[in-house]
Design a protein around this ligand. Structure first.
Ligand SMILES: C[S@@+](CC[C@H](N)C(=O)[O-])C[C@H]1O[C@@H](n2cnc3c(N)ncnc32)[C@H](O)[C@@H]1O
Length: 283
């Protein structure tokens, strides 16, 4: 069996990646510092400076990603002076100018988030996971993230109408069509682009729930492929990648999180921790 590598570097991802060759990684998945947030723990970039700060790093990501690879960017715009700042929208537009295709947007719904109310808004319970690619021919392994059909099938498929038994094509000309009867006797279904992993609080103030990188790693890579997390924090992506038999590189600028990552990488997670069904609302 090939040896799986889990490398971790201390430094600014901009500088560390500069010495990497082109077209190495199959997947880049990361959660960079959000503008201004957690300035006391790992520095914060001012919302108005965010795009300028991010772009040279994204240029390196573009260079080191394979043409068949995918870049998943977990990010959320903060509220500044009573309205949502536009840096995520501006960044998306600038990334397109850099050559990235903005292929898809996934929603991470934080299903266990505590309730709250502010004078002019409610609790923020979701974040974006933006998908970017270098080409339209990226690798995607959809069968790897299928989920059990669930209870809806028992009720919805019990009594089929005549329309349910033929291909029903969208009237708006989108090309979308469905034949509900195709779902009879199936046990597994394709998921949606809304994911519901519960947040966790493990040793770092903004870690990924392991199910989140696991889902994207399964969807966009195969065993022995290479995964990069350039803002690796506690090293969750590397830990998960290792457990799924993918090679990984993590880059972290803060020495204490770098040390924490090294410890975590010595303790891979068990596969059961991130089964696909944990990502669904009723789980
Ligand atoms: C939101 S956290 C990532 C948490 C990570 N997803 C996890 O599960 O542990 C962002 C991390 O990026 C690190 N960071 C900030 N600027 C960086 C840079 N220029 N290069 C590398 N790491 C950086 C921060 O110290 C922080 O630990």
């Amino acid at each position: 069996m090939p040896i799986i590598k889990a490398d971790i570097y201390l430094g600014d991802c901009l500088e560390v990646l500069a010495s990497y060759p082109d077209n190495v990684f199959d997947l880049i998945i990361t959660s960079p510092p959000y503008a201004d947030s957690r300035a006391h723990t790992y520095g914060g970039i001012k919302p108005n400076d965010y795009v300028t700060w991010f772009l040279p790093r994204a240029q390196q990501f573009f260079r080191v990603l394979k043409p068949t690879g995918t870049f998943i960017l977990n990010i959320k715009e903060k509220v500044v002076d009573g309205e949502r700042h536009t840096y995520v929208i501006e960044l998306t537009l600038e990334l397109r100018k850099q050559g990235w295709l903005w292929t898809e947007e996934f929603i991470w719904h934080k299903k266990n988030c505590y309730q709250g109310k502010w004078p002019n808004r409610f609790r923020d319970a979701w974040e974006r996971c933006l998908q970017f690619n270098k080409t339209k021919k990226f690798h995607m392994y959809q069968e790897a993230v299928m989920v059990p059909m669930g209870d809806w099938a028992n009720t919805r498929l019990k009594k089929l109408s005549n329309t349910d038994k033929i291909r029903d094509t969208s009237k708006v000309g989108s090309g979308f069509g469905k034949n509900v009867s195709n779902w009879l006797n199936r046990t597994m279904a394709y998921p949606t682009n809304v994911l519901h992993p519960a947040t966790t609080n493990r040793q770092h103030s903004a870690v990924f729930p392991p199910e989140l990188p696991a889902w994207f790693i399964k969807l966009f890579t195969q065993e022995n492929d290479w995964v990069l997390d350039p803002f690796s924090g506690a090293g969750t992506t590397g830990q998960v990648a290792q457990s799924l038999l993918r090679n990984s590189v993590g880059i972290e600028i803060k020495p204490e999180y770098y040390e924490l990552s090294k410890t975590n990488l010595d303790n891979p997670m068990t596969y059961q921790l991130f089964a696909n069904h944990n990502l669904y609302e009723n789980s």
